[in-house]
Ligand binder design. Structure first.
Ligand code: AQP
Length: 332
């Protein structure tokens, strides 16, 4: 059976981009057609300046939202990365096949390092090696497919390179995975700056729709979205990125196609109103289920405990094989 792995960082409140680009597909499609693991990658949240109490809070909230979005622990595995030591054990081995140049070419590293320097901070070594830990997350499980938004495609490509290199040098240890990118909403953009991805650690709250935003807040943010000059509604990502972003969001929420939706509207106002309502409707059941789960924290903890146990059992044989292959003696 195909094995699927994907992760989500507790670096901020989850956004509509996380949901449409990744989580919804995990819940509606992946968990039902494949043996799937979904991980709150909390170690990755330590790569930038962070507040420990906030990371703890967001890790719990992220796990709860994954379940609220429809991940079903009876058919998939949901767990926290830091609960399964195999991720960091394998990461070190992969650091021994990755190169410094490869790490420095990663777009996300360049962007996040620049942001950190602009703030006057220093760049953590773990930010540079983050893609190696992500490769370990994926390879530890013999993953075939990694469903991610477009922004993560480069990291999955690196994972493939590391797997192939390791296998060629030291013998077959890893399955070479591939990224699966959604057809719509692969890259939901910031409503205030459509040149930028809608990101959860983004500072500008008004351009980002959070999964737990109240309906009126969602409406306000969508109605205030930056559009482009021009009056006709056309789908053109390069020339009319703000409009295209709204059409992409509406298409993703209603199951339509952005080009055909553009033909339906003759004003920005009606497009924005319908998009706002579509987003509110998509978020409604997730928010309702989230409220129920918050009333039962023991259930969420139980899911994470069982999930970590299952994940450990799956990862250990692959990681042990890699340890032997690279030249390490088994413990005596
Ligand atoms: N705007 C987006 N559009 C489509 N997909 C997106 N994803 C994130 N933002 C968008 C997808 O969500 C999954 C989990 O993302 P992540 O937690 O690994 O973090 P990220 O890719 O770095 O996304 P964020 O939300 O922007 O976090 P920060 O701001 O901390 O960097 C991934 O599959 C991602 O592609």
């Amino acid at each position: 059976m195909t094995r699927v792995f994907s992760g989500i960082q507790p670096t901020g409140h989850l956004t509509l981009g996380n949901y449409l680009g990744a989580m919804r597909r995990w819940a509606e499609v992946d968990q039902h057609r494949a043996e799937s693991l979904f991980c709150v990658v909390d170690l990755h949240a330590l790569t930038m300046d962070h507040d420990p109490a906030r990371v703890r809070r967001l890790s719990r909230q992220t796990a709860t939202l994954l379940l609220a979005a429809g991940l079903d622990p009876d058919v998939c595995t949901v767990f926290l990365q830091s609960h399964v030591d195999e991720h960091t054990r394998l990461s070190y081995l992969l650091e021994c096949v990755a190169t410094d140049g490869e790490m420095r070419r990663m777009i996300q590293y360049k962007e996040k390092a620049a942001k950190e320097r602009d703030r006057g901070g220093s760049v953590r070594l773990s930010l540079l090696t983050y893609p190696v830990l992500m490769a370990a997350d994926i390879l530890a499980y013999g993953t075939d497919e990694v469903p991610v938004g477009e922004d993560q495609a480069q990291h999955v490509e690196l994972t493939r390179d590391l797997a192939v290199r390791f296998n060629q040098r030291y013998g077959q240890a890893f399955v070479v995975p591939r990224a699966t990118i959604p057809r719509v909403a692969a890259r939901v953009m910031n409503l205030q700056d459509p040149a930028r991805k809608m990101g959860k650690s983004d500072d500008s709250g008004t351009g980002v729709v959070y999964l737990l935003d109240e309906p009126d807040v969602v409406r306000k943010k969508v109605l205030r979205a930056v559009t482009d000059s021009g009056r006709d509604v056309v789908y053109d990502r390069a020339e009319r990125p703000g409009l295209a972003n709204l059409l992409d969001i509406l298409a993703a929420c209603t199951g339509g196609n952005p080009e055909s939706l553009a033909d339906v509207y003759d004003s920005y106002g009606s497009l924005k109103r319908d998009t706002a309502e579509a987003v509110v409707e998509v978020l409604r059941p997730v928010q309702a289920r989230h409220r129920e789960l918050c009333a039962d924290p023991a259930y969420v903890e139980g899911v994470l405990r069982d999930g970590a146990e299952k994940a450990r059992a799956l990862a250990r044989p692959t990681v042990d094989t890699a340890y032997r292959a690279i030249g390490l003696l088994p413990p005596v």
